[in-house]
Design a protein around this ligand. Sequence first.
Ligand code: N01
Length: 521
Amino acid sequence: MNEPVSTVIIGAGFAGIGAAIRLQQSGIDDFVILERADRAGGTWRDNTYPGAACDIPSRLYSYSFAPNPDWPHTYSGSADILAYIESMIGAHDLHRRIRFGHNVSGLCYDELAGAWEVSLADRAPLYARTVVLASGPLSTPGFPAIEGIETYTGKRMHSAEWDHGYDFAGKRIAVIGTGASAVQIIPELVRTAGHVTVYQRTPGWVLPRLNRRISPPMKHLYRAVPGAQSVARAGWYFGHESIALGVVWNTPLTRLVEKVAKAHLRNQVRDPWQRRQLTPDYRAGCKRLLMTNDYYPALQRDNCRLVTWPIARICENGIRTAEGVERRFDAIVFATGFEVSKQGTPIPVTGRRGRNLAAEWSHGAYAYKSFAVSGYPNLYFTFGPNSGPGHNSALVYMEAQIDAIVTAISLILDRDLHSLDVFEPAQRTFNERLQRRLRDTTWNSGCRSWYLTEDGFNATMFPGFASQYIAQMRGIDFTRDFRAIARGSDEQKSRSRDAGPSRRVVPAPCPPIPRSPARAR
Ligand code: N01
């Protein structure tokens, strides 16, 4: 085995870069970042569709340890967010740490060494004492299981794989999906395409959004007085926290959110029948809220049509709906979301004694406080199970995860631990309580969303305020809830004896890793 590095970070998106910065700031320098693509940025590198932007204000959709005085707008577009990620890489000299074109195809724990074997597609494996799996839940485009999809002969485009070379001018375009990506794409498409047909399966709750250009004097203020950015961020943070009361739980405030959305719909859509088609029949917050002023006006343009009949099949030249109407299109845009691992794992992960994480998660993923799983020592997750926000910035949650991960890695390295593994009872107690709390949330109130498995298990969202999530991550008791085994200790020696002549305490050596570059990062 090659000498293991202290840490391998998988993925050079927001989470991987944030973890790298915090590791470096805590004095840990011996790490590499493995990135399957040839550029950093994760979801913001991939989602370049026209109109791609973040519907959380940039002051909050950024790291508190890397404030940016130069955000051009309240809500920034994908190019500005990607530039922010790249500026962090430059400022912290992380280029030398990133290995592009390194597609991780599997992880296997070596009990004897207390290290992870990191398999790479078409390359020799790496070894690491600790691993941060920062590949992100929204990294693999998801195409719907619609009959005939493979028979379509026109142009097929997924929102996360935009073909900027395709000329939409004068073309007949279909958009499947009306989620967060679609409502940003459609207003841009109707400007250029000849005609746009939007296939809606479920309408979303749409709230207005006030986006403003940040003036040069404001930018100057943010640059000159760093505290001004913290104050602005705190304002946005607590504003979003208050929304949780109406979005996470079904309360009288949920009715208020729905009233605001219905007023927005009434103000923007003239036709009562179309208003009815666009009115959701589930509680606000159950699916992700949509924030836009441009979507409803786009749907009412002469060159746009909303179709609410279910899609029966995709044909050679277009789409046929359940009432038998077939429409022909030059291109179909799939704004149908991502393959999210709520069950199984994005890559095969083999833990202690040959444990298989995908099998253990086959009915839904779970972890201890979203960042570690018992039986898989020294391995940490960003955006792990039940770490998603419904009302606040994902980066607030990510920052709390990263701090917990850096604490765990520092413990392992500073105390020269062989392994740090969460106790299973601590994990079980945590999850029983978490799932009880999830029962009362809007996400489990009866709608289809990417937050839930087919069986309705919620492995995605955190049932509470961001402040509670931060407290949860800050309150991790590594002494009580984790088994720490020192290198050279009697316990490690007895585990190594168990290993016998083979290097690993597994029934068989690490299994061959199936090659699935599309899903692996
Ligand atoms: O994907 P989605 P997305 N037939 O899964 C429809 C983040 N994001 O890419 O609602 C017909 O939300 C599906 O219909 P239904 C954000 O976290 C953030 O838009 O399931 N339709 C739905 O309308 C978001 O949650 C920003 O009935 C089918 C759509 O496809 C996540 O990314 C911006 C179908 C999928 O919506 C994913 O958003 C954009 C079928 N067979 C995205 N299958 C920010 O601003 C699926 N659909 C931060």
